[in-house]
Design a protein around this ligand. Structure first.
Ligand SMILES: Cc1cc2nc3c(=O)[nH]c(=O)nc-3n(C[C@H](O)[C@H](O)[C@H](O)COP(=O)(O)OP(=O)(O)OC[C@H]3O[C@@H](n4cnc5c(N)ncnc54)[C@H](O)[C@@H]3O)c2cc1C
Length: 372
């Protein structure tokens, strides 16, 4: 006999597990399929998010899942210019992603969801009155299906950016804040990053394959006198192409699969996690017809604005970005409140300053038009 559920979910990442938790808490029968043999592993993530975002996902307790609180950050250019920003008010944290995903699984299970690991959804088919699905082991039916299968499920392949991240054992020059390396002559459409984990470990990466990312980061780390050796490497893709509107009546893509990531950074734990939560809550309606509108109100409009910012960034030279960052630095060396997740607040705050407004009008008029 084919087993039946109200809601089936593809993928036990943050988006899928939060959807499961919310739907199960509302009394739906939920099953999550995860093709990997362990939730949270392999971990392919920097884990950098805002504490606000973590709170909005209503995960608790948080002690075990927060690796580190971030108080400062630097933007670094190839000629050695460095700008240090005070991030103490922006409440940035580094998550232990493996623990985070496992805790979400516990919350989903406690709410009543079933999870099947080592089980791949091979295909699903939306019918008029149900969804039928085939897994690597069995066939199932559900009223609705949420596809939270991550980057592989994202349809706009041009919006994918291959990226590589290393965990480094840092020998000399460990810095306790985050770093962003802008080197447009080598990497015109993105940047390199450094995220400290503490105890001499840091996550370091950039867009590109392993070979490119290693050379890019070696050059840039040398410029800031950081040395060390990679002790782990992962290559995957960042979703930077924007939301794909794929809400049908009974099936919906959320998280990376739905393009619910920040096009400026590829970060998607919060924007996709909240997208999953909303989907789980909406599933009790028996249809996803209203979902796109609800997500736009929550995060979608901000992600569209960020797509404009990301496209403008690609066109700017090192010198132009340097001018903009130096001006921002003069006006304010702080990032605060919700500005890490909602760039709209930052641009509006900066545009209140006349000299900054002039710089913006000259170099980034598209962003100004859309965000102010
Ligand atoms: C190098 C790198 C660094 C990053 N750093 C950050 C960061 O610092 N901050 C941030 O916010 N975001 C970051 N991200 C992005 C973040 O990791 C993703 O946005 C987030 O994991 C998306 O969550 P998700 O639940 O949509 O998908 P995932 O976490 O990818 O989960 C999807 C799950 O679906 C499973 N699956 C796929 N297909 C099937 C199938 N057919 N059947 C069953 N299961 C399936 C997969 O095995 C996986 O477990 C980074 C990404 C990369 C690549």
């Amino acid at each position: 006999m084919v087993k039946k559920y109200n809601l089936a979910i593809r993928g036990a990442g943050p988006a899928g597990l939060l959807a499961a938790r919310e739907a199960a808490r509302r009394g739906e029968s939920v099953i999550v399929f995860e093709e990997d043999r362990e939730v949270g592993v392999p971990e392919k993530c920097g884990g950098l998010i805002s504490l606000n975002g973590l709170m909005e996902m209503k995960v608790s307790p948080i002690e075990k899942i927060v690796n580190k609180r971030i108080k400062s950050g630097q933007v670094i250019f190839p000629e050695g210019e460095r700008f240090e920003f005070d991030l103490s008010e922006s409440n940035l944290i580094v998550l232990n992603r493996e623990e985070f995903d496992k805790q979400l699984a516990v919350e989903a299970v406690k709410a009543g969801s079933e999870i099947k690991i080592g089980t791949r959804i091979e295909s699903y088919n939306e019918l008029a009155d149900r969804v039928s699905l085939k897994t690597s082991h069995d066939e199932y039916e559900s009223d609705l299906l949420i596809d939270a299968g991550g980057v592989v499920g994202y349809v706009n392949k041009e919006g994918l950016l291959p990226a590589t991240q290393f965990v480094y054992a840092v020998k000399d020059g460990f810095y306790d804040g985050i770093m962003v390396f802008i080197d447009k002559n080598l990497l015109h459409n993105f940047f390199g990053w450094y995220i400290p984990l503490g105890d001499g470990l840091a996550k370091i990466g950039s867009a590109g394959d392993q070979n490119f990312a290693y050379k890019f980061m070696e050059k840039n780390l040398k410029a800031v006198s950081i040395s060390g050796y990679p002790i782990k490497v992962i290559s995957s893709s960042l979703v930077v192409g924007g939301i794909s509107k794929k809400a049908n009546t009974r099936t919906l893509k959320v998280g990376d699969a739905g393009g619910q990531t920040k096009p400026t950074t590829g970060g998607g734990i919060v924007s996709g996690g909240l997208g999953g939560m909303l989907a789980g809550a909406e599933s009790i309606k028996g249809t996803f017809t209203d979902y796109n509108k609800s997500y736009d109100d929550l995060f979608g409009s901000e992600l569209k604005r960020q797509l404009t910012i990301a496209n403008v960034y690609k066109k700017l030279s090192n010198e132009e970005i340097l001018k903009i960052i130096s001006e921002i630095y003069k006006v304010s060396n702080k990032l605060s409140g919700k500005e890490f997740d909602f760039h709209y607040y930052l641009v509006r705050r900066l545009a209140l300053n006349p000299s900054m407004l002039k710089i913006m009008a000259k170099y980034i008029p598209d962003i100004l038009k859309e965000l102010v």
